[in-house]
Write a protein that binds this ligand. Structure first.
Ligand SMILES: Nc1ncnc2c1ncn2[C@@H]1O[C@H](COP(=O)(O)OP(=O)(O)OP(=O)(O)O)[C@@H](O)[C@H]1O
Ligand SMILES: [Mg+2]
Length: 205
């Protein structure tokens, strides 16, 4: 399928600032009248949001392979129903989490074979790759200082050792060309860095 938009993915551990930065970025794009789509994984369609609810519900005990396949089911739906049409329409797509999250959480942190995760990602996306992946890197301890009143979802309930593997996974597996930012920097500074990178790469005429 022909695509002419830009596919930007924001990645990083839980509470690393993905949603905060996605909101600031799309507010700015809106002011500039740049057509955009703000979406997330798992989710981004009504069916995939239902899968998200199941995946993140702390009441379930979930086998790693079952978890992987549900993430990929949500992703297959999201890719076809939301991502490809938006890119075809020329939008700047800002997506919170994508295939790197699965490589990190289900692959590196849960221990599912890397090749299996790679094949599952390939199958779910038909090979659709981000134009730019941005990783917000935060030390594990940050998790305990942010949003302290919010109830944790199933993955956030994992022990600190899991979070350490997640952080390490991001640092090891961030694809070539990814922009890795220090997520402890002030929100406004991160926004300017992110916007600058996006503008330089994609908004030049
Ligand atoms: N640069 C920052 N410095 C300090 N706190 C921040 C920063 N960015 C975001 N926060 C705070 O950290 C918390 C989590 O931020 P946010 O929801 O944007 O993260 P997230 O990566 O989307 O998390 P999740 O993985 O749970 O969706 C919020 O309370 C937010 O205000
Ligand atoms: Mg978020």
């Amino acid at each position: 399928m022909k695509r002419s938009g830009v596919f930007l993915v924001l990645e990083g551990p839980d509470k690393s600032g993905k949603s905060t930065q996605a909101r600031l970025l799309v507010e700015r794009l809106k002011k500039m009248s740049i057509p955009f789509l703000h979406t997330r994984e798992p989710g981004g369609t009504s069916f995939a949001e239902e899968i998200r609810r199941i995946l993140l519900d702390p009441k379930h005990q979930v086998e790693p392979l079952a978890e992987l396949l549900l993430y990929e089911a949500a992703r297959a739906q999201h890719t076809e129903e939301t991502l490809r049409p938006a890119l075809k329409a020329g939008k700047l797509v800002v997506c919170e989490r994508y295939i790197l999250s699965t490589e990190v959480y289900q692959g590196y942190a849960r221990g599912i074979d890397k090749a299996v995760v790679g094949r599952a990602n390939e199958l779910a996306t038909g090979g659709l790759k981000p134009d730019l992946t941005v990783v917000f890197d935060i030390p594990d301890g940050e998790f305990d200082t942010r949003d302290v009143k919010r109830r944790h979802d199933r993955l956030e309930n994992e022990p600190a050792a899991f979070r350490r593997r997640v952080r390490q996974g991001y640092r090891k597996l961030a694809p070539k060309g990814a922009l890795v930012l220090d997520g402890r920097k002030p929100v406004e500074e991160l926004h300017e860095t992110l916007f600058g990178a996006v503008a330089r790469r994609f908004l030049k005429r």
